[in-house]
Design a protein around this ligand. Structure first.
Ligand SMILES: NC(=O)c1ccc[n+]([C@@H]2O[C@H](COP(=O)([O-])OP(=O)(O)OC[C@H]3O[C@@H](n4cnc5c(N)ncnc54)[C@H](O)[C@@H]3O)[C@@H](O)[C@H]2O)c1
Length: 443
């Protein structure tokens, strides 16, 4: 069914039908995007956004399609993993400057076909396995999609020779945790990941840097704080808490809950990408920072209060902690702020509109009760996705039409990630500065 929806194109890979069952829920949804707008660039015409049906990339896709309707064509490339939804861009269907391409980064044939068919000149690479909790139990899938997937994309980009700008989206997690009171980390700080997700993202960055050096890839690396807002699959803390509260269930907190995170509204993230595209410099790395830092416990209390729950003691349940749970992340985004970017949406405002959105669109991903457990349980199919031994497993790029992850997430109230991992010293303090990032030329 995927292949011939007006305005949508498919590589012909097999589909889980749920993605193409259109319940029409998106028709009543607001068309959410960022707020920035710039004079279009003369050398940018056809923009590929990988992971375009996922959370953050769909904000970028909507933003670019709606803000630059007559100048930029946007192609959303996505394999439609469990966390994605075609609803995230269905409202763009019929717009002449939008296309969806159903493809997998692990299949070089898909990637090359897409790059050539749409004569792509600019790439925003966001596709990834993004859930830290899952990475403790299913790390090979993170290496496959995030590292090998990036590698395939880079090889393909070099092969087609038409790419003038390559924006690689990374995360504050590549720096590892930052001690309380330590200075915010700059783009030159040491990369010191502490979990398999963060390691895969750091490794992907190394590939990008290598291609900059070896092949003069015109690249920019962008590292963001935690992003939240409407359209986020409810496996991540804010939408998960909201969905639990909607179901009158307790909020599960890993460990003490004193770990803090800085949260950036998704519309502000779209603005950051837009700003870097139009004002940023090729060859640079940019942190995208938020100043809204909050502990998991305080976040739970805030949301409980929003939902009018006064009994906070019985409404919060502490579970055992992640094998390693970074205390906090803290990046310095002044380089991007010097380009004129600043967040437009306060945490209070963003949280309120996020709660409202999930109240109206709880059926966005269909049935999601099973993912509202403290830790997701990962079930690996023998010889498929994530297995290193299986012949049909991920990890090899090919155009042969082999299928996606083969990984299933199940209800896992009792299921917990391996807790036997020893704590590593991953603290990234202010004093721990090292040689400049190879991407950087500004010392
Ligand atoms: N969510 C955050 O707070 C956050 C913060 C900083 C950086 N990031 C980064 O931003 C990017 C997007 O994150 P998100 O939270 O929106 O993720 P998400 O999980 O919502 O979406 C990821 C998308 O990538 C697609 N995808 C995964 N593997 C693919 C493959 N092999 N081929 C094609 N498509 C594939 C999935 O189908 C999905 O639509 C990721 O690179 C992530 O590391 C996220």
């Amino acid at each position: 069914m995927a292949a011939d929806i007006a305005g949508w194109s498919s590589s012909g890979g097999s589909l889980e039908s749920r993605f193409f069952v259109d319940t029409g829920i998106w028709r009543d949804a607001p068309l959410l995007k960022g707020q920035t707008s710039f004079s279009p660039l003369p050398d940018v015409r056809n923009i590929l956004v990988t992971g375009g049906e996922g959370f953050i990339a769909s904000w970028l896709v909507r933003h670019l399609v709606l803000t630059y309707p007559s100048t930029y064509n946007i192609i959303s490339f996505d394999k439609l993993d469990y966390c994605s939804s075609l609803n995230n861009a269905r409202m763009l269907e019929g717009r002449p400057n939008f296309k969806f391409f159903h493809g997998d980064l692990l299949k070089s044939g898909d990637v090359l076909r897409c790059l050539r068919t749409y004569e792509i000149d600019t790439v925003f690479h966001l596709a990834a396995q993004s859930h830290v909790d899952l990475s403790f139990g299913n790390s090979y899938s993170f290496t496959s999609n995030n590292v090998v997937g990036t590698h395939v994309l880079l090889e393909s980009v070099i092969a087609v020779k038409t790419i003038k700008r390559f924006y690689h989206i990374s995360t504050d997690e590549v720096y590892g945790e930052v001690e309380t009171d330590a200075a915010d980390l700059t783009e030159h700080s040491v990369l010191s990941p502490t979990n398999p997700y963060a390691a895969s993202k750091a490794a992907a960055e190394m590939f990008v840097t290598a291609y900059v050096n070896s092949f003069r890839l015109p690249a920019v690396i962008i590292r963001l704080n935690n992003v939240y807002g409407p359209h986020q699959f409810p496996e991540k803390i804010i939408p998960k808490f909201i969905n639990l509260l909607q179901r009158k269930k307790p909020l599960y907190i890993h460990g003490s809950g004193h770990n803090t995170r800085r949260f950036l509204y998704a519309g502000d993230a779209a603005d950051a990408f837009d700003t870097i595209l139009h004002r940023g410099e090729i060859g640079r790395t940019y942190n995208v920072d938020s100043r809204d830092e909050i502990s998991n416990l305080d976040l739970a209390a805030k949301l409980l209060s929003t939902f009018g729950v006064s009994d906070t003691t019985s409404s919060i349940q502490h579970t055992k902690d992640r094998p390693f749970n970074d205390k906090r992340y803290a990046v310095d985004g002044s380089k991007l702020r010097q380009l004129g970017w600043q967040p437009h949406v306060s945490f209070e405002e963003g949280l309120a509109s996020t709660v409202e959105w999930y109240g109206k669109f709880s059926g966005w991903w269909g049935e999601i009760d099973s993912i509202l457990s403290p830790f997701p349980e990962v079930v690996k199919k023998e010889g498929a996705g994530g297995g290193v031994d299986g012949e049909e497993g991920e990890g090899r790029a090919s155009g042969s039409g082999r299928e996606g992850t083969g990984t299933i997430m199940q209800a896992g109230v009792g299921a917990e990630a391996n807790n036997g991992t020893k704590k590593a010293n991953g603290v990234n303090g202010a004093s721990k500065k090292r040689k400049a990032d190879a991407m950087e030329d500004d010392g």
